[in-house]
Write a protein that binds this ligand. Structure first.
Ligand code: PHE
Length: 357
């Protein structure tokens, strides 16, 4: 019996010393397994006198139960310890500030468009949109470009195959100007809109793509004059390029839908073959503009003796390339991740006038 007490306390120590479920299982096998210390002793009972066998059997069974209970309790304790350690390790600090996902950039076209919307939004313009597939009337005729007008050839238009032999001919819009017409046909002046969107011309080289983007502007009310046109576009150029004294020049030009018309140039220098926007000896053309032709107003059912206004249009890729120093237009549409990472913008940095875009 003394021997059993001794055995019990040494086995109990082993159970308590098991540091993980694997070690505990090894102890269990050593104690209660087929060749374990207790089982071995059970086998010796047969050689005892009946009285002694009964007492020793009871003692061994009690020892076995005590050890099994201790092993079970140790197992539960180890599992609890493991869970607490894991909870400790995997805590989430919910008070940490949010971090933007590291992947993904804003495409320079989207960024530039957001900047345009921020600048013109500040001046009270809203955004209007129109379809990419236009009819001849909205893309040309209503804009004072009649059937035989040479400007039609200049536009390198993509014509769509007619759905039926006598259906009206549809085109991929060659500029965003048809949205001037759609807006004037559907809303009463005063009008103050910008129109970003895709445009199409059969033209392709380092600075031309068959699909590109433009933004149109249109202001119609009873008083808008050439001074407003100039002020609006000078402010726009200076805000967009972030140069408060950027030289801006208005050069007489021709568009069928504006009269008078002016091309807008900004100051630059090309010294050493390096283009730099700002003060310099040279000029760079960046957009077309003019006072809306009275015929265009009349084509939209607007009384040209009462209303007048101005319009302008520019290529988004072109001004993005100038502002961000991109030499080639083609990578804009290549989805090359190296280019996108290099020229892309951070997703949460929304352009705003307050932060200088
Ligand atoms: N639609 C002209 C173009 O694509 C640009 C323009 C728009 C010019 C509005 C004057 C007024 O070239």
């Amino acid at each position: 019996m003394e021997d059993l007490d001794h055995l019990k306390s040494s086995l109990m120590d082993e159970v308590a010393a098991a540091r993980d479920p694997g070690a505990l299982e090894a102890v269990r096998v050593r104690v209660l397994g087929k060749k374990g210390a207790v089982t071995q002793r059970m086998k010796t009972l047969g050689g005892l006198e009946p009285e002694a066998r009964k007492a020793a059997g009871q003692a061994l069974n009690a020892l076995k139960d005590a050890l099994a209970g201790a092993i079970e309790a140790r197992k539960t304790a180890l599992a609890d310890e493991a869970l607490s350690a894991r909870l400790e390790r995997e805590t989430v600090d919910v008070t940490l500030p949010g971090r933007p996902a590291p992947a993904g950039h804003i495409h320079p076209i989207s960024q530039t468009l957001e900047e345009l919307v921020a600048i013109f939004g500040e001046m009270g313009f809203s955004v209007a949109e129109g379809p990419d597939i236009e009819d001849d009337f909205h893309n040309f005729t209503a804009l004072n470009i009649p059937q035989e007008h040479p400007a039609r050839q200049d536009h390198d238009t993509f014509y769509l195959p007619p759905l039926t032999p006598d259906a009206a001919r549809m085109v991929l819009r060659t500029h965003t100007s048809p949205v001037q017409i759609r807006t004037m046909q559907s809303v009463e002046p005063p009008i103050r809109i910008i129109v970003p969107g895709r445009t199409y011309r059969a033209d392709s080289d380092a600075t031309h793509s068959p699909m590109f983007h433009q933004v149109e502007g249109l202001v119609i009310d009873e008083a808008a004059h050439m001074g407003h046109l100039k002020g609006t576009l000078i402010d726009f150029c200076r805000a967009f390029f972030g140069i408060s004294d950027l030289p801006v020049r208005f050069r007489p030009s021709y568009f069928p839908f504006t009269e008078p018309s002016a091309e807008v140039d900004i100051g630059c220098s090309r010294e050493g073959g390096q283009l730099k926007i700002g003060h310099g000896k040279d000029w760079l053309e960046i957009l077309g503009s003019g006072m809306v032709h009275p015929k265009v107003l009349e084509n939209c059912g607007i009384d040209s003796t009462r209303y007048q206004g101005f319009a302008f249009g520019m290529g988004i890729e072109r001004i993005a390339m100038l502002k961000y120093g991109m030499p080639d237009l083609r990578p804009f549409y290549d989805s090359d991740l190296r280019w996108l990472r290099h020229y892309g913008f951070l997703p949460l940095e929304t352009p705003s006038m307050v932060r200088g875009l």
